[in-house]
Design a protein around this ligand. Structure first.
Ligand SMILES: Cc1cc2nc3c(=O)[nH]c(=O)nc-3n(C[C@H](O)[C@H](O)[C@H](O)COP(=O)(O)O)c2cc1C
Length: 474
C-alpha cells in the first residue's frame, strides 16, 4: 500500500496558549483574536489555501486568573466552527468536546449538524477534561476518577456513534410524486442502557455526509491510550523527540490492531511549533528570543494547572521540588506524574522545574525552511507521525511554514498538491463507517438468496459518495 501524504492541521490559538505569555503583544495579532470570528475565518482560509486537512480548536470549561491568555476568553468550538464552515469549502473542522460534562445526545446532534453544515468536514477531539475544577461548573463536587472518566468516554462515543446510525442513507426519499417523505423502515431507535448513559434515540437528524464525524482523541494515560486505540481515527499528542514519537505511534497502532482494528485507520498527529527563519542561526536566535519573552511568574502559576491549579508560589523556589500529595490525581495526572518523576530523578528544585517547563516549549523543528522540511520529512518517513498539528499564532509565522516549508515538501511528494476530496474523511484517507442497520440488512439479504434484490440505494458504497459542499467561499 502506498503511504498517505503527510496530514496537516492548524491549531488556532488566538492570543496564546500555555507558555505563550507575550503572544498577545504581537501587533500582528488583534488583542481580541480569541473572540474575533474574522481572525479565525482568515486563518482557516489561509490553511485551506495551503491545502491543510483541518483546523483544530482546543477547549476547556474551567479557568483561573492564571490561565493562558487565549483560554481566559474564547469562543465555544462548535459555534465557531459552524461560522468557519460557511467561509471555507474543503478544510476539516475539528472541535474539542469533553465526554465528562456533556450528554451524548447533545454531542451527536451538534456534530452531525456541523457535518451537514460543512458538507462533510466535521471532526470531534474527544477529551475527558484535564481541569478538575470543571466539576464546579457542572453541578458536581469533584471531577470523575480516571476509571470513570475513561469508562464514560468510551460509552459516550459508542452512544454517539449509535445515534449517528439512527437513519440509513435512504431514509428520506422526499418524493412529492409518491407522497413519501420518509421511509419508516429506515429509522432506528438505539435503546441504549449502559453504565453511564441511557439513550433511547433516534437522533432527530438524518445521516450526515461523512456518516460519522472523524473521531480525534487526546489523553495520554494508560486509560487514555486504551480509549484512543478503541475509538480514535486520529490522536492529538505531543512529540519531544523522534524516538518518543515513534514509540508512541508504534504502541498505539499495536493496541488498535490488538482490538481488531486496521492500524491504517489510526493517524498519529502531534502538535508542533516550528520556528522558521531565513537561516538556521537566525531561527535559533529567534527561538532564544522567544524563550526570553516567557514570564517565570506566569510559568510558576501555570505549573499548578496539571496539579489541579495547586499554588506553587507558596514554596521556596530553591528548595527541592515540594511534596504535593495527590494534587493532580483527578486533574492532568499523567503530566503531573511526569513532572514529579523528573524532579525526583534529577534532584530538581522548584525553580529548575519551572525552568524545565519553559524549555518544554523548545521545538525539534527549528531552522531554515529547508532544515525544517528535512526534519519533518525525516520524522514522517521514520514513522514518528502521520500528520502534524501546527500551532498557529502570528499569520506571518504561519506563512513562513506555508510559503517556505510546504513548497519543499510538496515538491518531494510529502504533502498533497490538491485536495483529494471535499470531506475530512476523504482527505485523511479514512473510510466512511457503514450504517450498522444497512449492514445488518445486507447480511440478512445475503442469507436469503430467494428474496428480492436489496435496495440499491441502501448500498454502503452509495453512502460514501460525497455531496457538493453547502459551504460558501467568501
Ligand atoms: C495533546 C493533548 C491535548 C489535549 N487537549 C485538551 C483540550 O483541548 N481540552 C481538554 O479538556 N483536555 C485536553 N487534553 C486533556 C485530556 O482531556 C485528559 O483529560 C488529560 O490529559 C488527562 O488525562 P491523561 O492523563 O489521560 O492525559 C489534552 C491532552 C493531550 C495529551
Amino acid at each position: 500500500m502506498t503511504r498517505r501524504t503527510l496530514k496537516l492541521g492548524a491549531v488556532l490559538l488566538g492570543v496564546g496558549g500555555p507558555g505563550q505569555h507575550a503572544t498577545w503583544l504581537n501587533p500582528e495579532i488583534p488583542p481580541d483574536a480569541s473572540v474575533d470570528v474574522r481572525w479565525y475565518i482568515a486563518r482557516a482560509q489561509e490553511a485551506e489555501a495551503a491545502l491543510f486537512d483541518h483546523v483544530f480548536i482546543v477547549d476547556s470549561q474551567f479557568i483561573t486568573a492564571d490561565s493562558p491568555n487565549h483560554y481566559l476568553s474564547r469562543l465555544e468550538p462548535l459555534t465557531l466552527l459552524s461560522a468557519i464552515a460557511v467561509h471555507t469549502s474543503h478544510i476539516g473542522l475539528v472541535g474539542t468536546i469533553t465526554t465528562s460534562y456533556n450528554e451524548p445526545f447533545n454531542v451527536a446532534r451538534r456534530l452531525a449538524s456541523l457535518d451537514h453544515i460543512s458538507g462533510g468536514r466535521a471532526g470531534w477531539n474527544v477529551v475527558t477534561s484535564g481541569d478538575a475544577g470543571t466539576a464546579g461548573n457542572y453541578s458536581r463536587e469533584s471531577h470523575f476518577d480516571y476509571a470513570t472518566r475513561y469508562g464514560r468516554a468510551l460509552e459516550h462515543v459508542r452512544v454517539a456513534q449509535g445515534l449517528w446510525d439512527s437513519y440509513e442513507a435512504d431514509a428520506f426519499p422526499r418524493d412529492r410524486g409518491r407522497g413519501e417523505f420518509f421511509d419508516r423502515s429506515r429509522q432506528h431507535t438505539l435503546d441504549h442502557r449502559g453504565e453511564y448513559f441511557s439513550v433511547v434515540g433516534p437522533l432527530n437528524l438524518e445521516r450526515s455526509p461523512q456518516g460519522q464525524p472523524v473521531i480525534f482523541q487526546a489523553g495520554d494515560s494508560e486509560e487514555g491510550r486504551d480509549l484512543g486505540a478503541s475509538i480514535a481515527e486520529a490522536i492529538f499528542t505531543h512529540a519531544q523527540n523522534l524516538e518518543q514519537a515513534k514509540a508512541f505511534r508504534t504502541e498505539l497502532r499495536a493496541r488498535a490492531a490488538a482490538k481488531g482494528r486496521d492500524p491504517e485507520h489510526l493517524l498519529i498527529v502531534p502538535g508542533i511549533f516550528p520556528i522558521i527563519a531565513d537561516t538556521d542561526e537566525q531561527a535559533r536566535a529567534k527561538e532564544a528570543a522567544g524563550r526570553g519573552e516567557r514570564s517565570f511568574e506566569r510559568a510558576l502559576a501555570e505549573l499548578g494547572r496539571p496539579f489541579g491549579w495547586h499554588d506553587f508560589s507558596q514554596y521556596d523556589l530553591d528548595a527541592p521540588f515540594p511534596e504535593v500529595g495527590d494534587a493532580g490525581e483527578l486533574s492532568f495526572r499523567t503530566q503531573a506524574e511526569a513532572i514529579k518523576t523528573s524532579a525526583r530523578e534529577n534532584n530538581l528544585t522548584l525553580r529548575q522545574v519551572v525552568q524545565a517547563q519553559l524549555d518544554v516549549f523548545r521545538s525539534p523543528f527549528v531552522g531554515s525552511p529547508r532544515t525544517v522540511a528535512d526534519a519533518i520529512q525525516h520524522w514522517f518517513e521514520q514513522g514518528g507521525f502521520d500528520g502534524i498539528n501546527i500551532m498557529v499564532n502570528a499569520p506571518s509565522e504561519f506563512a513562513r511554514f506555508t510559503e517556505g516549508v510546504l513548497p519543499i515538501l510538496r515538491e518531494r511528494g510529502v504533502v498533497r498538491s490538491e485536495y483529494e476530496s471535499t470531506t475530512l474523511r476523504g482527505n485523511l484517507g479514512l473510510p466512511i463507517p457503514e450504517n450498522r442497520h444497512t449492514a445488518a440488512r445486507h447480511t440478512a439479504d445475503r442469507h436469503q438468496p430467494a428474496q428480492a434484490p436489496a435496495d440499491a440505494t441502501a448500498d454502503a458504497t452509495t453512502v460514501a459518495t460525497e455531496r457538493a459542499p453547502v459551504a460558501l467561499v467568501s
